[in-house]
Ligand binder design. Sequence first.
Ligand code: PMP
Length: 285
Amino acid sequence: MGLTIYLNGEMVDQSNAKISVFDHGLLYGDGVFEGIRAYHGKIFQEDLHIKRLYQSAKAILIDIPLTPEQFKQAMYDTMAANNLSDAYIRAVVTRGVGDLGLDPRKCPKPTLFIIAASIQLYPEEFYQNGLEVITAATRQKPSDVISPRIKSCNYLNNILAKIEGIQAGCIETIMLNTKGEVAECTGDNIFLVVDGALKTPPPDAGILEGITRGVVIELAQQMGLEVQQVALTRFDVISADEVFLTGTAAEVIPVVKVDGRSIGDGTPGALTLKLLAKFRELTSK
Ligand code: PMP
């Protein structure tokens, strides 16, 4: 017995959780998803994740055949079916099964599935020692081509950037937009600490508006820190006092080296560690 998966309204064993080869999610990456965490039986920022999922679906004209409340319940049911109270949840909605053409009208019913798995935490040493990252040659897609604010099943450019990182021995990679400004990382948002203030690229730099990013901005403001959403360059990154990344899986993770240049004194920054502690306080309740 493997995990129990929610698939189109039913709970099935993972060995039976199968998708048609004619599903447009598979044939064309035509779908949207969310990566979500639950802490102590409570789905973290559930309303914001549901909102982003439904907005992403709306942007690509998929009608999710559940109300947001029903979707939320299905996520809790999937956690319960796997006896999980701390979990990483993947919720996916694809265009559904169609024919071999692009035409979405041939896909009458979206495919929905929810996976709740026990979380694979990043090794603690990453938090203690910080990450080394590089800047990828692969750019984030420009928002006038396809908005990075849609969390779609098309992650190919992020994957290409990730491969560049892996080849350089890095698990995360900074992506620039087509203007050469810093956008985000392959699965995380980026923040700089400069003279005691936080700086992070604005949504129109071509980023996914991370839920963790929003939480960290709020935490920082509660701590009395100034938060600026401004265009940033690679120079800004390498000359910052501190750099950190935010994301559902990573939470808040320090970066200590970018493109071979040490950030600050080359160890996780004090404000980064304070924000990580505040974040963990928030999720420990
Ligand atoms: N950017 C990208 C490209 C991502 O895939 C993610 C992870 N979902 C993030 C940023 C961070 O977003 P969140 O904090 O909502 O996980």
